[in-house]
Ligand binder design. Structure first.
Ligand SMILES: C[S@@+](CC[C@H](N)C(=O)[O-])C[C@H]1O[C@@H](n2cnc3c(N)ncnc32)[C@H](O)[C@@H]1O
Length: 241
């Protein structure tokens, strides 16, 4: 980490140290947290949010597919989707988020791309006009208080045989009690709620699960590695929509 990185990260670090605002609606707290750091969001999170490309590769997005990202932030995952399957070969990508400051950057990214829609909406309730082939959440489920409703909503928007992918921090079953407690508290300060329940719920809802549990470095915490997982599962054929 160079002194230049540190100087550029100051606003992000200050916001992370202050934590997510405690007052207001969920959407207002997200905006209060992200607006001051939006300009530096992508650069900082590239060093914190690992495995996003791997998740999108594991989704095996076919040509002609329609794709939804719930909690898309700045839309930075569009680049990974494009690497896995060129955007112009897709029926469409819907980027959904509740935070206007981050969505403004997603709109800049999507500008001129006819098949990308950017939607300000709540992941617990937003639905596409037609069932879709792939839905994914990248470091978003842990920031969604009503995460069970998000999973039910994601299930509802998927066509039978479609796939749901999640990459996120969690509390691994094989993690030490002390380690899990540290990560739970450290992330909770910023509104990121780690649990072992997400992966369990995903495994009970979807079939043919692909699961990888990993650890990755965290900027400015030398020697510590935060636990995260990748999950991809299939909505069974014949399931009611
Ligand atoms: C850590 S960011 C991840 C952004 C992006 N997926 C990425 O990989 O960089 C989590 C995102 O979830 C969004 N979010 C939280 N709760 C939401 C909800 N109920 N509906 C839609 N988006 C939500 C936040 O606004 C934020 O953009």
């Amino acid at each position: 980490m160079s002194p230049l990185d540190l100087a550029a990260d100051t606003r992000v670090l200050w916001r992370l140290l202050r934590g997510q605002p405690r007052l207001g609606s969920h959407a207002e707290r997200l905006e209060g947290f992200y607006a001051p750091q939006a300009a530096r969001y992508d650069t900082f999170r590239a060093r914190l949010l690992h495995g996003r490309d791997d998740l999108i590769a594991a989704l095996e997005i076919p040509a002609g597919a329609s794709v939804v990202e719930l909690g898309c932030g700045t839309g930075s995952n569009l680049a990974a989707i494009d690497r896995a399957r060129p955007l112009e070969s897709l029926a469409g990508v819907h980027l959904v988020d509740l935070c206007p400051a981050l969505l403004a950057l997603a709109r800049q990214r999507a500008h001129g791309l006819g098949n990308i829609t950017v939607v300000e909406a709540d992941a617990t309730t937003w639905q596409p006009a037609q069932p879709v082939d792939r839905v994914f959440l990248s470091y978003a489920l842990t920031m969604m208080p009503n995460w069970r409703a998000v999973l039910v909503n994601a299930w509802a928007m998927l066509a039978p045989g479609g796939r749901l992918g999640v990459v996120d921090f969690h509390l691994p079953g094989n993690g030490s009690r002390l380690g899990n407690r540290f990560w739970r508290r450290w992330f909770a300060h910023d509104g990121v709620h780690l649990t072992d329940q997400h992966l369990r719920a995903l495994q009970s809802l979807f079939i043919a699960p692909y699961v990888r549990e990993r650890r990755a470095p965290v900027p400015y915490l030398p020697g510590l590695r935060a636990p995260y997982y990748l999950f991809v599962g299939v909505k069974p054929e014949g399931s009611p929509l």
